[in-house]
Ligand binder design. Structure first.
Ligand code: GAR
Length: 208
């Protein structure tokens, strides 16, 4: 399965995917390209170190949003992917891309959707809001991407406990270690090996 990973930052989720492909946790999968909207994203260095083509498509390089979106879509198309993984990609996905790659785009979100998601909930902000609210359990979610923000069908979730005196940074790291870096590779492997099913409610689940 040809897979493109889209990133904006440090790329620890990208690294978890690359490691899982290397150690056989993910099978039938080739990471054929990494696309970043930021030239300075450390994720691009990780891609280069793994010998994977990295492309930067920056909003700043284009006059209009439409030109940027066309360039983003052209970059995706150039890899002819079967699956697109949004791994900390903090750009609203062009509608045309969602249509063209229906049910072939997944996203990792650092909370238990439908809590702490939607517009403005990304990166560290999610964990700040979690701590402000005082919930005792958070986690991460892998979902298919549809036209809304974090509204697509859920594939996998994993819960993580909040500890007294957590800071957003400490909690972010725990959610990554205990949830994101585990469920994102699991979801990719399940898609690559045709283990996604729908139950009687129409909900998606992964067959073991
Ligand atoms: C991850 O925590 C990911 O869940 C989050 O951005 C971080 C990227 O880290 N994504 C979102 O908030 C999407 N709404 P990484 O670059 O180290 O993988």
């Amino acid at each position: 399965m040809r897979t493109v990973v889209m990133v904006s930052g440090g790329g620890t989720n990208l690294q978890a995917i690359l490691d899982a492909v290397s150690d056989g946790t993910i099978t039938n999968t080739e990471i054929c390209g990494v696309i970043s909207n930021r030239a300075d994203a450390y994720a691009l260095t990780r891609a280069a170190e793994a010998g994977i083509p990295g492309v930067c498509v920056s909003r700043k390089a284009y006059g209009t949003r439409e030109e940027f979106e066309n360039a983003l879509l052209a970059a995706v198309d150039s890899f002819a992917p079967d699956l697109i993984v949004l791994a900390g990609f903090l750009v609203i996905i062009p509608k045309e891309m969602i249509r063209r790659y229906e049910r072939r785009i997944i996203n990792i979100h650092p909370s238990l959707i439908p809590s702490f998601c939607g517009d403005g909930f990304y990166g560290l902000h999610v964990h700040e809001r979690v701590l402000e609210r005082g919930v005792k359990v958070t986690g991460a979610t892998v979902h298919f991407v549809d036209e809304g923000t974090d509204t697509g069908p859920i594939l996998l979730q994993k819960a993580v406990a909040i500890q007294p005196d957590d800071t957003p940074e400490v909690l972010q790291r725990r959610v990554m270690e205990q949830a994101e870096w585990i469920i994102l590779p699991q979801a990719i492997d399940a898609i690559a090996n045709n283990r996604i099913r729908r139950d009687a409610n129409g909900n998606f689940f992964i067959m073991n």
